[in-house]
Design a binder for this molecule. Structure first.
Ligand SMILES: Cc1cc2nc3c(=O)[nH]c(=O)nc-3n(C[C@H](O)[C@H](O)[C@H](O)COP(=O)(O)OP(=O)(O)OC[C@H]3O[C@@H](n4cnc5c(N)ncnc54)[C@H](O)[C@@H]3O)c2cc1C
Length: 447
C-alpha cells in the first residue's frame, strides 16, 4: 500500500543505501575518455590508489562511444610532439592490429573495439579500480576549507558516496566543474561549436572513394558529397550537415568509413531537453545522408549503415576556472612557459555554429599547454583535463583533439599523486613538468 508513511519509508531506504555504501580512494578520476584514461594511469603509476568512474561500460569516451577518429595529432612538421602514455597507448594499439601510427601528419586511425581492450589492459596493469556504468551526479560535498570531500556516484539508479583526496574531472561536460562556481561555459550562448553524431558506413569502395586520412590527406570535406548534401538541405530533406568528413578514423578496415556529417546546436548539452532534441534530429538526418551519398558517388553505391554512435558528440561545453586561462595569442605564439606540460599540433579547428562550415587556422609552431590551465583556481584539490582545459575558444579549437587531451591527462594524473595531502595549487609545477618528461612526455618544441 502506498500511503504517506510508506513513501517516506522508501525515501529513507534510498538514503540508507548511500549512507551504508561508501568508498574511499586517494585519487578519483571522473570520465574514462582519452583524458581520463591517461590521468588514471599516470596517477596510479606514480603511486596513488586510483578510482575511475565512467558512465559507459567501457573506456574511450568519444573515441569509442562517439566513433570519433582518427586520434589527432601527434606530429608537427613531420616530428612527434606528443609522447608519454598517449604514444605508448597507440603503439600498443598498433601491436594488436588496432591502429596505424606511421602516417606523416601524425593522425592515428584506430579500431574502436581494440581501443577499448588496450585501454582496459593498461588501466588494469596500473592497478586502477574502474567503476563502469557509474556516474558522478549532483554537487560535490565540500569541507570547511573549500576542498571537495566526497561525490555521489549513481550506478543503475543506486547511490554510493565516494571520498577522495584529489578529484580529476575528465568528463568534458563538467560533472564536477559545473558545480560550486568551479567553472563556466566556454563560449557565449549561441556561439559554441555544434554537435555531431558520427556513424560507420560499410560496403564502401574504399579504393575508389575519397577517404580522408587513409593517406593522411588534409581533412577537408568531400566536395562531391558536400554539393549533394547542400542540395538536400535546399530541398528541405535535411536540416543541416557539416563536412562531410569521410575518414579512416574509428575504423580503418577496407570497405568501412567513419562519417562525421550530422550537425545540430545545443547551448547546454547537460540540459536533458536540449541534448534529446539535438540527438533525435541528428538520428533522423542519418538515413537521409546515407541515401544522398549512395546516389551521389558510385564508390558509395552499396554503402550501408553499419553502426551509429552510442552518443552524440559535443565539441565544447564547460571549462575549468583555472589558475590560468590560455589566450589565443599566447597559444599561437608557441612560446615556452615554465609549466608547459604538452604541445598541440592540430590547427585551430573551429566548427561554426549555425553553418555547415569550419574555420581552420594552421599553427606556425606547436601550441603550448600549461599545467596552470588544468588546476582549479577555486578549490585546493580539483584538477581537470581534456575538454575542460581553461582556454579561449580559438586556442581550445586546437587543444581539443585526442592526443593533446591524453597528454593533459598524464600531467594532471601526475600532479594529483604528487600533491596528495596538500593544496594542488601550491605544487612545484616545474618539478611536475620534469617528472612528466622523465615519463616520456614532450613539453618543448626544438624546431
Ligand atoms: C564530432 C566530433 C568529431 C571529432 N573529431 C575528432 C578527430 O577526428 N580527432 C580527434 O583527435 N578528436 C576529435 N574530436 C575531439 C575528441 O572527441 C576529444 O578530443 C576527446 O574525446 C576529448 O577527450 P575527453 O577525455 O576530454 O572527453 P570525452 O571523450 O568526451 O570523454 C568523457 C568521458 O566522461 C564520461 N562521463 C561524462 N559525464 C560523466 C559522469 N557524470 N560520470 C562519469 N563519467 C562521465 C563520458 O561517458 C566519457 O566517457 C571530435 C569531437 C567531436 C564531438
Amino acid at each position: 500500500m502506498l500511503d504517506g508513511a510508506a513513501s517516506a519509508g522508501v525515501a529513507a531506504g534510498a538514503d540508507d543505501h548511500c549512507a551504508k555504501s561508501r568508498l574511499k580512494t586517494d585519487v578519483l578520476v571522473v570520465g574514462g575518455g582519452p583524458a581520463g584514461i591517461c590521468a588514471a594511469i599516470a596517477a596510479a603509476r606514480n603511486g596513488a590508489n586510483v578510482t575511475l568512474a565512467e558512465s559507459f561500460g567501457f573506456p574511450g569516451g568519444m573515441a569509442t562511444a562517439g566513433l570519433v577518429g582518427p586520434i589527432s595529432k601527434f606530429n608537427f612538421g613531420g616530428r612527434r610532439v606528443v609522447g608519454g602514455i598517449a604514444w605508448e597507448f597507440v603503439e600498443r594499439l598498433a601491436a594488436q592490429g588496432g591502429a596505424i601510427t606511421d602516417l606523416p601528419k601524425g593522425n592515428v586511425p584506430f579500431e574502436a573495439e581494440v581501443y577499448r581492450r588496450v585501454a582496459r589492459e593498461m588501466l588494469e596493469e596500473a592497478g586502477v579500480r574502474c567503476l563502469w556504468q557509474t556516474q558522478v551526479c549532483g554537487a560535490p560535498e565540500l569541507a570547511a576549507d573549500g576542498s571537495i570531500r566526497a561525490v555521489t556516484l549513481s550506478t543503475a539508479g543506486f547511490l554510493t558516496r565516494l571520498e577522495a583526496n584529489r578529484f580529476i574531472d575528465c568528463t568534458a561536460s563538467g560533472a564536477i566543474v559545473g558545480h560550486h562556481n568551479f567553472g563556466g561555459f566556454r563560449s557565449e550562448k549561441g556561439k559554441a561549436q555544434p554537435l555531431s553524431l558520427c556513424f560507420l558506413l560499410g560496403g564502401v569502395d574504399t579504393e575508389k572513394a575519397h577517404v580522408l586520412v587513409r593517406n593522411d590527406n588534409e581533412r577537408s570535406a568531400n566536395p562531391v558529397l558536400r554539393a549533394a548534401l547542400n542540395e538536400a538541405v535546399a530541398a528541405g530533406r535535411l536540416q543541416s550537415f557539416g563536412g562531410p568528413w569521410m575518414v579512416w578514423g574509428s575504423t580503418f578496415r577496407s570497405g568501412f568509413v567513419s562519417v562525421n556529417a550530422t550537425r545540430a546546436e545545443a547551448a547546454d548539452v547537460t540540459d536533458p531537453l536540449q541534448i534529446a532534441e539535438a540527438t533525435e534530429r541528428m538520428r533522423r538526418d542519418i538515413p537521409v545522408i546515407v541515401d544522398v551519398v549512395r546516389k551521389a558517388d558510385p564508390a558509395f553505391r552499396n554503402a550501408w549503415l553499419a553502426q551509429t554512435a552510442a552518443t552524440s558528440g559535443f565539441r565544447e561545453c564547460r571549462e575549468l576556472t583555472a589558475l590560468h586561462r590560455v589566450t589565443a595569442a599566447e597559444f599561437a605564439s608557441g612560446e615556452d612557459v615554465p609549466d608547459a606540460i604538452a604541445l598541440a599540433a592540430h590547427p585551430m579547428d573551429r566548427h561554426i555554429a549555425g553553418s555547415t562550415g569550419q574555420s581552420l587556422t594552421f599553427l606556425q609552431h606547436p601550441g603550448v599547454i600549461p599545467l596552470s590551465s588544468l588546476i582549479s583556481a577555486k578549490c585546493p584539490n580539483l584538477l581537470a583535463a581534456g575538454g575542460l582545459v581553461a582556454a579561449e575558444p580559438a586556442a581550445f579549437a586546437s587543444m581539443r583533439v585526442q592526443a593533446q587531451c591524453m597528454a593533459m591527462g598524464q600531467a594532471v594524473g601526475t600532479s594529483a599523486t604528487f600533491s596528495l595531502g596538500g593544496d594542488v595549487r601550491r605544487i612545484d609545477f616545474a618539478a611536475v613538468r620534469r617528472l612528466c618528461e622523465n615519463q616520456g612526455a614532450i613539453t618543448k618544441w626544438k624546431g
